[in-house]
Design a protein around this ligand. Structure first.
Ligand code: FAD
Length: 519
């Protein structure tokens, strides 16, 4: 049949990878894959999209794409590959919205699972009448924007976010999910109660803090290494209706970070979202692709010119319901009075909650229309301990980086006490640490621009190494196991043991390049 023929062709490619000149004795077994009864389907043609991602720098073609019609389809495929044992080099990668930067959701010669095919199935909100703490059960392939929309129908919303909502639940939970709410609620992985997982052996397991807890914590921040997240139970809260959204500017780094740290330590009486960014030698300070922020006084906002200097923008929001606007305003004024920003640089607007949360999508639509979305994104995200953030800033801003014209540079603190150290994510060993994101999109300057950004990234990493900053990469990318060991440090043994327990043949998420399937 056509299916068999395409599979045969595809697997010939795989066999060539193995550099085994003999006919593969397991080819028949492999061929069975194409004959497995599925609720969805396997595609062998028209699959080149599965070799691309947001980073637009790595392109590795799979042999097939699974469009699952059910969780059991995923279990069947992974289980089948598992039973082939070491005789087959097939791997399986869950592909969420493919907003990875370096091919993490790709499976060279293997099978990519299109997780969004399961989105929309049986999302259910519980506890809307507060007889229990509210939560929503969703598919791992669901986009966060749809989780939000479904929860809002019940007046509820998740607590912890990413800046951009067109990412899947399984994709962000495999990393951490960090945004301006993390200082209060922890990252998204701190706001999950239960998961359903297809392990690397093809078993379907439920897990939570009480049941299969090692798998539960392993998968959270686990870079897709221990299982495919097919369902997740996400904690919800009553959704605010409106958001007061503010930005203020600083010229002094110490005041900027001290104010940020004061705000995240202020318990309940603080803002609901706290982030910040760095502006180096730029005009039009308040506009960047990351946001649809429209201050009430746009003319004044666009006049700001950092004029060769480095400026720091503190961004924060306060949630409110329109009938409590006055109380909110008083609280905001009290908080603002404690900050040391440059007077006359307060910019503000009021928007519905969903508009604030989905802010980056507005820019996406605009950039797409200009052909500026599907371009290389050599992003670099670092976690820097608070005790070294000044040294980092003085070594990097204005020195290694002379301007911020390639894209926004995020910089904001979070607190470790809101992270669970049983999860797999690696963070600096200090109570407060900063997320510093260099979100470069060097479109206007051609291929040289990309090379230059990559060189700058390399210099930043070397600086961190040389000065022993204690930095950890977020959305980490390494190419050798030695580097991964160093990344995990004393957590490496636990990570490896979990791999042996849940994916002993190294079938899952090969694009992370941590473990290699061996013949
Ligand atoms: P993919 O890229 O599809 O997959 C990522 C990894 O997870 C792969 O290894 C894949 O195999 C694995 N995976 C995917 N789905 C599953 C699953 N169901 N089960 C197990 N493993 C799975 N991150 C933040 O924390 N905060 C931000 O504010 C933020 N903003 C962003 C803004 C933009 C514009 C972009 C492009 C990215 C941003 N990110 C942010 C990073 C984002 O969280 C990660 O890239 C995330 O992996 C993207 O989710 P995805 O669904 O596209 O995952």
């Amino acid at each position: 049949s056509f299916l068999k023929l395409s599979m045969l062709l595809a697997l010939t490619g795989v066999a060539m990878h193995v550099s085994d000149p003999d006919p593969d004795p397991d080819l028949d077994l492999d061929l069975d894959l194409a004959t497995l009864p599925l609720d969805g389907r396997l595609a062998f043609r028209g699959i080149s999209h599965a070799a691309r991602d947001f980073g637009h720098r790595f392109e590795l073609l799979p042999s097939a794409v699974l469009y699952p019609g059910s969780v059991s389809d995923i279990a069947k495929i992974v289980g089948h590959v598992y039973r082939l044992g070491r005789r087959s080099l097939l791997t399986v990668a869950a592909r969420g919205h493919a907003h990875s930067l370096q091919g993490q959701a790709q499976a060279p010669g293997g099978i990519v699972v299109h997780m969004e095919a399961l989105a929309g199935q049986e999302a259910s909100v519980h506890g809307a009448d507060f007889d229990e703490s509210p939560y929503v059960d969703v598919s791992g392939g669901e986009l966060w924007i749809d989780v939000l929309r479904k929860s809002l129908e019940h007046g509820l919303a998740p607590k912890s976010w990413t800046d951009y909502l067109h990412l899947t639940v399984g994709g962000t939970l495999s990393n951490a999910g960090i945004s301006g709410q993390a200082f209060r609620h922890g990252p998204q992985i701190s706001n999950v109660r239960q998961l359903e997982i297809v392990t690397g052996k093809g078993e379907v397991l439920n897990c939570s803090a009480e049941e299969n807890s090692d798998l539960f914590y392993g998968v959270l921040g686990g870079l897709g290494q221990f299982g495919v997240i097919t369902r997740a139970r996400i904690v919800l809260e009553p959704a605010p209706k409106m958001v007061k959204w503010m930005r203020v500017l600083y010229s002094d780094f110490a005041s900027f970070t001290e104010d940020q740290e004061m705000l995240i330590a202020a318990g309940e009486r603080t803002f609901d979202y706290i982030e910040g960014f760095v502006i180096i030698n730029r005009t039009g300070l308040l506009n960047n692709w990351r946001s649809s922020f429209k201050p009430r006084d746009p003319a004044q906002a666009s006049q700001f010119d950092s004029d060769g200097r480095t400026l720091f923008c503190l961004e924060m929001t306060k949630n409110y319901d329109p009938d409590e606007a006055e109380t909110m305003q008083q609280e905001v004024e009290e908080l603002l009075s404690r900050l040391r920003y440059i007077p006359s640089t307060l910019f503000q607007s009021e928007v519905p909650y969903i508009e604030f949360l989905d802010r980056v999508h507005v820019s996406e639509v605009k950039l797409r229309s200009q052909g500026l979305w599907e371009i290389p994104h050599p992003w670099l995200n670092l976690l820097i301990p608070k005790s070294r953030i000044h040294e980092f800033a003085s070594g990097v801003f204005g020195k290694i980086l002379k301007d911020s014209s390639n894209g926004p540079i995020l910089l904001y603190p979070v607190n470790k006490s809101k992270w669970d150290d049983r999860t797999s994510v690696v963070i600096p060993d200090e109570e407060i640490f900063y997320l510093v994101g260099f979100l470069s999109a060097p479109s206007s300057v051609g291929p040289d621009g990309l090379e230059q950004v990559l060189r700058q990234n390399e210099r930043i990493l070397q600086f961190c190494d040389g000065a022993r900053i204690g930095m950890k990469q977020y959305l980490p990318h390494y190419s050798t196991q030695e580097e991964w060991r160093a990344h995990f440090g004393d957590r490496w043994e636990m990570f490896k043991q979990r791999k042996e327990a849940y994916d002993p043949l190294n079938i899952l998420a090969p694009g992370q390049r941590i473990f290699q399937k061996q013949p």
